[in-house]
Design a protein around this ligand. Structure first.
Ligand SMILES: Cc1cc2nc3c(=O)[nH]c(=O)nc-3n(C[C@H](O)[C@H](O)[C@H](O)COP(=O)(O)OP(=O)(O)OC[C@H]3O[C@@H](n4cnc5c(N)ncnc54)[C@H](O)[C@@H]3O)c2cc1C
Ligand code: SF4
Length: 347
């Protein structure tokens, strides 16, 4: 049996890996590091762990409540007594240490960057009137309204016609976001189904450029949305939205399959906002000597054999900090990043 000194000594000798960001990726990376015998420390800028998951209602493709996943991850972090610093923003880092906004420098043996993504600000696309007209919402607003149990028009009445617009702030050179955000097509399908369940009498439309159903179960959900829920999918892009005198939103679009222009008044217009790179990625990357992709996300060392590794020894990536991803992919990648970091520190 080791005596008290030896136990203390072993603790002191444990390698420390700092995980930047306490979303899904950060929590899973820390849990896996702990399993590997490493001392993880999560540094999260918000007052709570959870990242974007805190704002979601039910998750595609299974309609699992987001709160269930979030509660379980937080429970495991607590159970494993993982050290967490909340309300602590990282301003710079190297493989050997992390600098917080308050000037503290936290030494470590390696870093896992799990700082996630930022939602595209829909008000930049002025032509859709977000933040100006009543009844124009984002997909994030819909998640919040579903969680609060109050999805309705701005005047509180039930919507009779709802339109979702895909690719808002994604695949759009005009706003310097050329990448596909990957999860918004399936989010549009999921939310359309949820709203149709709440308002069976409403007509629900999805206006899309391409439908990208990349994950397991996604194509099946898309079919169910059309065949069982009677949700309409129109290939075309809404060019403009404007308010009507009766508080509705008039949209102008072109149905690119038939080539016909289309005008329609809707009670709610939902903008499926994209996942973009965090604004501070540029400064953080410069400070650490890290490479970024053209879309501003951090660039993995190698897309095939090193996608959780950075170009700098001792710095690893987990989750949406390198590209848009769903939660399943994020969790898997976080475990892989933690394994790579543990191997690096010799745990
Ligand atoms: C509208 C919408 C709905 C979605 N619905 C689903 C769904 O139903 N199913 C699904 O599988 N996926 C869904 N996703 C995708 C899901 O949100 C992501 O897969 C997941 O959030 C990625 O987790 P992450 O930890 O990598 O990033 P994030 O959730 O962004 O977490 C990153 C964390 O890092 C913190 N952070 C950032 N910078 C710093 C810093 N400098 N210092 C300290 N902390 C920092 C942030 O505060 C945050 O807590 C959805 C995405 C969107 C946009
Ligand atoms: S996932 Fe769909 S909605 Fe999102 S950017 Fe890609 S094509 Fe557009």
């Amino acid at each position: 049996m080791p005596d008290g000194y030896h136990i203390r000594h072993q603790r002191v000798m444990k390698k420390r890996v700092i995980v930047i960001g306490g979303g899904v990726a950060g929590m899973q990376a820390a849990l896996r590091l702990r399993e590997q015998g490493v001392e993880p420390l999560i540094v999260e800028k918000e007052p709570e762990l959870g990242g974007k998951l805190r704002g979601w209602h039910v998750l595609f493709p299974s309609f699992t409540p987001a709160a269930e996943v979030l509660t379980e991850l937080r429970r495991r972090v607590k159970e494993q007594q993982i050290e967490v610093r909340t309300s602590a923003e990282v301003r710079g880092f190297t493989a050997g240490g992390v600098l917080l906004a308050d000037g503290q420098l936290l030494p470590c043996d390696a870093v896992v960057v799990a700082a996630g993504f930022t939602l595209f600000d829909a008000s930049i696309k002025e032509e859709y009137g977000y933040g100006i007209y009543d009844n124009v919402f984002t997909s994030a607003d819909i998640e919040r309204m579903l969680n609060e149990g109050r999805v309705a028009k701005a005047d509180g009445s039930r919507p009779r016609r709802i339109a979702f617009l895909h690719c808002v702030g994604s695949r759009d050179e005009k706003v310097c976001q050329q990448h596909c955000s990957k999860v918004c097509c399936i989010t549009g399908v999921k939310q359309a189904m949820e709203l149709k369940r709440l308002f069976p009498e409403a007509d629900v439309f999805n206006f899309y450029m391409d439908i990208r159903m990349f994950g397991p179960g996604y194509e099946e959900m898309y079919r169910e949305a059309q065949q069982t829920c009677n949700i309409h999918f129109v290939r075309g892009r809404i060019s403009e939205a404007s308010p009507t005198i009766d508080g509705r939103v008039q949209i102008k679009a072109e149905d690119t399959l038939t080539g016909r222009p289309l005008r329609m008044s809707v009670d709610m217009l939902v903008l499926l906002v994209g996942m973009r790179a965090n604004d501070d990625n540029a400064a953080l990357a410069e400070g650490a000597g890290l490479l970024r992709s053209p879309s501003g996300f951090f660039a993995p060392r190698d897309l095939f054999l090193g996608n959780v590794r950075s170009n700098v020894e001792g710095i690893f990536y987990a989750g949406a900090v390198t590209a848009p991803k769903n939660i399943g992919e994020t969790l898997n990648e976080a475990s892989a990043a933690a394994d790579a970091a543990a191997q690096y520190v010799g745990a």
